[in-house]
Design a binder for this molecule. Structure first.
Ligand code: BES
Ligand code: MN
Ligand code: MN
Length: 459
């Protein structure tokens, strides 16, 4: 292990420069304009995996390619670790808010700025470098490693579940290791115990067959924008809870041990709101902020569109209004059921003179695990050794829908060890990743592979 760590320490400058190369490839999965770049990112990653001593293949899918690499250890009894990450990134817009261009990585104040630095190229590449450190120093890997990287995580992983089913034999493993989440705070390494699910819809409200003069027709003709506002206003009660009948039916109680862990984390509502320039926080009554963020479901309008939004005033009665509405889900809520409940809710409203369509864009199920067990312990030891601080268990407010699918389809537990920080601007302008976490994290992962030898080999 000491040779591996020494290799990491002496090669960090190169590891950073290579991450810059990775970040320079604009692999924006949502925008077809970047399809060639997204493919180039897959090819680049695959060649780096080869350098790290793995056998790597780029698989075609109906969408963006999947990179699958593997390395067997000599020990027939060794467990297999499946490492998952994604090489695609979110669109960089709005470009004018970036202090340096999103695809021209730059280092400032101990941070690597660039789209994908934290989500998830930086974190995925840390695994590649930890693996390279074993290979380059001739240190036998203590576990078998299979690494799968997809290019469609940010668009809901449409081709990954079919791929997992088709290639289940190649993906057989004892634990699924994922670095695509964050640390609780700077200097406090963390292990994830949950992820929220997601149900994402578009609500379209249609009125007359054309936009109309709001003086000539207003008052006698339904206004889709007014009606959409009525729908949106109906989604929450005054106490901050979601007002859709049946919404909370499948919400499971959380175990007291995890609730106590959450309560014992250092948290200040004041600091949290100050960092966001807010005078107060708000949410569902009866829950603390960390509970609201991690273990309670939500409903949020992510965008809406209707009528005239240009300069000055235009007196128009629009004939169409649209809102994008997302629900974050917790165990055991199911996105398909939420779709049915939302449609029933909207049908129950009084919305005269308009037609409403609800489109199901994508969804994913929530995931949770217990804060103990051999994989959790292994991660805890590795992180403490590398960061000098005992890790805390942490919930995930975001979603990685494939996690529960991996667990069910491969019959293995997931282990979430992530290194981004709450302020890293994921999906936002000026995304960054802390150089300190990049350096310590590579060492932590190298140690973790070693400690995962103790997870049960189920084959
Ligand atoms: N890495 C994030 C998920 C995440 C971020 C989990 C922070 C926990 C903490 C992932 O890339 C992501 O952004 N997921 C999307 C869902 C996807 C279906 C588009 C999300 O959470 O919005
Ligand atoms: Mn991610
Ligand atoms: Mn993301």
């Amino acid at each position: 292990m000491s040779g591996v760590q020494r290799f990491i320490d002496t090669n960090l400058g190169r590891f950073r420069a290579e991450l810059h190369d990775f970040l320079r490839i604009p692999s924006v999965s949502a925008d077809p304009q970047y399809d060639q770049d997204t493919r180039a990112a897959a090819e680049w990653l695959s060649s780096q995996l080869t350098v790290a001593g793995l056998k790597s293949t780029v698989f075609e899918t109906p969408g963006h390619p999947i990179v699958l690499a593997e390395k067997q250890t000599g020990d027939p009894n060794a467990p297999t670790v499946l490492i998952y990450g994604h090489y695609d990134v979110q669109p960089p817009d709005p470009l004018e808010l970036w202090h340096s261009p999103p695809f021209e990585p730059s280092e400032r104040d101990g941070r690597i700025y660039g789209r994908g630095s934290a989500d998830d190229k930086g974190q995925l590449y840390m695994h590649v470098k930890a693996l390279e450190a074993y290979h380059a120093t001739g240190t036998e890997l203590p576990v078998n490693v299979v690494l799968i990287a997809e290019g469609e995580e940010e668009v809901g992983s449409p081709n990954l579940v079919p791929f997992v089913l088709e290639h289940a034999d190649k993906l057989a493993c004892d634990v699924v290791l994922i670095s695509d989440t964050g640390m609780y705070a700077e200097g406090i390494p963390s292990i994830g115990f949950s992820l929220r699910g997601l149900a994402y819809f578009e609500i379209h409200v249609h009125g007359a067959n054309s936009d109309l003069h709001s003086g000539e027709f207003g008052g006698a003709v339904a206004n889709p924008a007014n009606m959409l506002a009525r729908i949106i206003a109906s989604l929450h009660r005054d106490d901050g809870s979601v007002a859709i009948e049946g919404f909370y039916d499948n919400v499971l109680a959380w175990d007291t041990e995890t609730l106590e862990e959450i309560a014992s984390l250092p948290h200040s509502d004041d600091e949290f709101s100050k960092a966001l320039d807010l005078d107060q926080l708000t949410g569902e009554d009866g829950y603390e902020t960390l509970e609201r963020l991690w273990i309670r479901p939500t409903c949020d309008v992510c965008g809406f569109l209707s009528g005239y939004t240009g300069e000055g005033a235009k007196t128009v009665l629009p004939n169409h209004a649209m809102a994008k509405v997302s629900f974050r889900l917790v165990p055991d809520q199911n996105p398909d059921r939420i779709y049915q409940l939302l449609k029933a809710h909207i049908s129950s409203l009084d919305l005269p003179g308009v037609r409403v369509d609800v489109l199901d864009l994508h969804g994913g199920r929530p995931w949770r695990t217990s804060v103990e067990g051999p994989a959790f312990e292994a991660a805890s030891e590795a992180l403490e050794e590398a960061f000098g601080t005992k890790p805390v268990p942490m919930g995930g407010g975001g979603s990685i829908p494939i996690v529960i699918e991996f667990e069910e389809k491969l019959d293995a537990n997931a282990l979430l060890v992530g290194f981004s920080l709450p302020g890293c601007n994921l999906h936002a302008p000026n995304e960054w990743f802390p150089i300190d976490n990049y350096e310590k994290g590579i060492g932590a992962l190298a140690r973790l592979y070693h400690k995962l030898v103790k997870v049960e080999n189920s084959s």
